[in-house]
Design a protein around this ligand. Structure first.
Ligand code: NI
Length: 188
């Protein structure tokens, strides 16, 4: 297993809608193993394939560290392949989100509290499930990544403007970060 560099904000791969994965995809198991390794190394709760430079519909989530605060998250560790959110409902709520592609940044993002999702596991078994609360929130964030949508795209334009310098510093690598990253505008 290897730790892959995480792509920072500004990398074009983060803005692309990711492609479906098939069981024939070469080295799929290795990629998923590397994604786990990379996510744990960065102390993340979730990681999507575009964040390691692969425009594929894959994300991994391990929310079990939250299990003590929210019992529904105990043991929530899953690989999602080819996920499709079928429905989002309820009154939107705000939660302070972070993202490994935006080191040092946490922002309040509004999303609906309930989702229905169809996805495949690493063996391509298909599931349709409902999630709510924090579990739904983490899935929605990772799902956005495979759709090419980022935290900043979910913010009010004024907020985005206020964060302009911070965002530009992230792209340039002018941030403190203790995991391996690749910055699109870093000067050599
Ligand atoms: Ni993220």
């Amino acid at each position: 297993m290897s730790v892959l560099p995480i792509r920072a904000y500004g990398d074009p791969v983060l803005k692309k809608k990711a492609e479906a994965v098939t069981p024939e995809h070469p080295d799929l198991k290795e990629l998923i193993d590397d994604m786990w390794e990379t996510m744990y190394k960065a102390s993340g709760l979730g990681l999507a394939a575009p964040q390691v430079g692969k425009s594929l519909r894959i994300f991994v989530i391990d929310a079990s560290p939250f299990g003590e605060e929210e019992p529904r998250l105990a043991g929530f560790k899953k690989v999602f392949l080819n996920a499709q959110i079928l429905e989002e409902k309820g009154k939107t709520w705000s939660f302070n989100e972070g993202c490994l592609s935006f080191p040092g940044m946490r922002e309040d993002i509004s999303r609906p509290p309930q989702i229905r999702i169809r996805y495949q596991d690493e063996n391509f078994n298909e599931y349709e499930e409902e999630y709510s609360g924090l579990a739904a929130r983490i899935i929605q964030h990772e799902y956005d990544h495979i759709e090419g949508t980022l935290m900043v795209d979910r913010m009010m334009p004024l907020k985005r403007t206020l964060l302009r310098r911070k965002l530009s510093n992230i792209s340039k690598g002018l941030v403190d970060v203790d995991y391996k990253m690749k910055f699109p505008l870093k000067k050599k």
